[in-house]
Design a protein around this ligand. Structure first.
Ligand code: Q46
Ligand code: ZN
Length: 339
């Protein structure tokens, strides 16, 4: 097999493009795909400061690496979820990457800073762990970005993740979720801009990018993902892709080009009913926001944790920062894949 660009011996094949690449040309291909996603969807402007949601996995570390290679001012945020040795390991990979490249990695720990962790929240709320986890991530990535003055939050969602979420949304005709499923969600009152720069790359490509760039990442999957509906959709799409390479990209990228705008109104009408959460100030359609509700339920019975939450809430109010906090809804059953 020869590299499509330079005819040197190839090291990676990308069936979707019916092409193989040598190391250098593959790294260039990945950067070009990210550059194209950013340009096509107006994700970033020159001088924007980006906060990358870092999990220690291949996708988030690849996203951070490519954004830096493309010259963006990108810092990381690691969120400690308290999922046993998986969280310990993922934290180690995230911090090692940051220190090797001399980068800023902010860190928030659910147990230390908010008095609960993902497994505890799942038990207390009787929700699937991914629900509590995703809600916490969306709220805190947004909150930290607003507090620290970033223009956008970037996540490592790749083509496989997004195609699986799209399949789930289409199967149930979740029109408001379909309206929000886009590589860029613009900023709004209480919401920082959200971008998905890897949306043109499959997870095999992000894994190959990390290996060829010598980026160490946690290979182990989150133990709480087992049985998630999203994983089932990924398997189905992989079978389809095996029979007909390019199907996933045609499904997802075709949706962005030709169908997303038909649902955008459904998401906008939901945003019109938002008001500030009385606890933290995040925009919400409920009496209190989903994050404050989760935190209250997950810390019930733990007096120290409740006190900690009360202290943080009071601090947030008195600093006047909390009015900008927000929790965005997400598709049901979807792991939130900072990757
Ligand atoms: S970390 Fe969290 Fe994922 Fe684990 S609990 Fe689910 S959402 S699977 S990206
Ligand atoms: Zn709140």
């Amino acid at each position: 097999m020869k590299c499509r660009r330079c005819r040197a011996p190839a090291v990676v094949d990308v069936r979707r493009h019916n092409a193989a690449f040598c190391r250098e040309c593959f790294l260039r291909h990945v950067r070009e795909q990210v550059r194209r996603a950013i340009d096509d969807h107006d994700m970033l402007q020159p001088g924007d400061r980006v906060l990358v949601a870092i999990s220690g996995g291949k996708d988030s570390l690849a996203a951070w690496d490519v954004l830096r290679e493309l010259g963006y001012d990108a810092d990381g945020l690691y969120l400690g979820l308290g999922i046993g040795s998986y969280s310990d390991e993922s934290s180690r990979y995230a911090h090692e990457y940051a220190s090797r490249h001399g980068l800023t990695l902010h860190s928030v720990d659910l147990a230390r800073d908010y008095g609960y962790d993902v497994p505890g929240a799942a038990v207390a709320t009787r929700r699937a762990p991914c629900g509590a986890c995703g809600l916490s991530k969306r709220h805190l990535f947004n909150e930290v970005a607003l507090e620290r003055g970033y223009d956008a939050v970037a996540t490592g969602h790749n083509l496989d993740d997004e195609a699986a979420v799209l399949l789930g949304n289409v199967l149930r005709w979740e029109t408001a979720y379909l309206g929000r499923q886009h590589p860029v969600l613009p900023a709004a009152e209480g919401f920082v801009r959200k971008i998905k720069p890897l949306v043109r790359l499959g997870e095999r490509e992000t894994a190959a990018y990390c290996v060829l760039s010598r980026i160490d990442y946690i290979v182990e999957e989150c133990p709480m993902a087992a049985g998630n509906r999203h994983l089932g959709y990924k398997e189905l799409l992989n079978e389809l892709e095996d029979r007909s390479p390019g199907s996933k990209a045609a499904f997802l990228l075709g949706y962005f080009e030709r169908a997303h705008s038909r649902f955008a109104g459904d998401a906008a009408s939901e945003r019109a009913h938002l008001r500030p959460c009385p606890e933290c100030g995040a925009p919400t359609t409920g009496d209190i926001c989903a994050f404050c509700s989760l935190r209250a339920r997950a810390t019930v019975g733990d007096e120290a944790a409740v006190e900690l939450v009360a202290r943080r809430t009071a601090r947030g109010r008195s600093s006047g920062r909390s009015a900008r906090r927000a929790t965005a809804p997400a598709p049901p059953g979807a792991p939130t894949g900072a990757g």
